[in-house]
Design a protein around this ligand. Structure first.
Ligand code: RB5
Length: 142
């Protein structure tokens, strides 16, 4: 199960990502926001982050205008490794090296076509399980 959330700046792109996940047969849960009224991105970052650390969802996708605020907020939750990615190379690398559990994107930075490729890359790339990457992730957790 994928947890997904956005603020008003990311609302429209989130709708496109959810339509894409549905088409791909990937289950998701939308943690808001639910319209384009101005709202506060930390609220949705926290909801999605908590869904992951509680084990309710396996990975998350967070979208705001830039992807910056919402990723900063999500990374305050212990156990969360939110990666802001605007290219597929980063999306692949952050899964392989950082075992990132949240993908953050900025709807005002990239278009939907590119964003969906980034989502696919993030969701389809496994963690490398390499000892040096495990060590570094443990250092972050400590
Ligand atoms: C909202 O206007 C905007 O600040 C927000 O979506 C995001 O870009 C913050 O980092």
């Amino acid at each position: 199960m994928i947890a997904i959330g956005s603020d008003h700046g990311g609302f429209r792109l989130k709708q496109e990502v959810m339509a894409h996940l549905k088409e791909m047969g990937i289950e998701y849960k939308d943690y808001g926001c639910y319209d384009e009224s101005s709202c506060d991105y930390p609220v949705y970052a926290k909801k999605v982050a908590n869904a992951i650390v509680s084990g309710e969802c396996e990975k998350g996708i967070l979208i705001c205008g830039t992807g910056i605020g919402i990723s900063i907020a999500a990374n305050k939750v212990k156990g969360i490794r939110a990666a802001l990615c605007h290219d597929t190379f980063s999306a692949q690398a952050t899964r392989e090296h950082n075992d990132a559990n949240i993908l953050a994107m900025g709807a005002r930075v990239i278009g939907p076509g590119h964003a969906l490729k980034i989502v696919d890359t993030f969701l389809n790339t496994e963690f490398s399980n390499d000892e040096r990457h495990i060590r570094r992730i443990n250092m972050i957790e400590d």
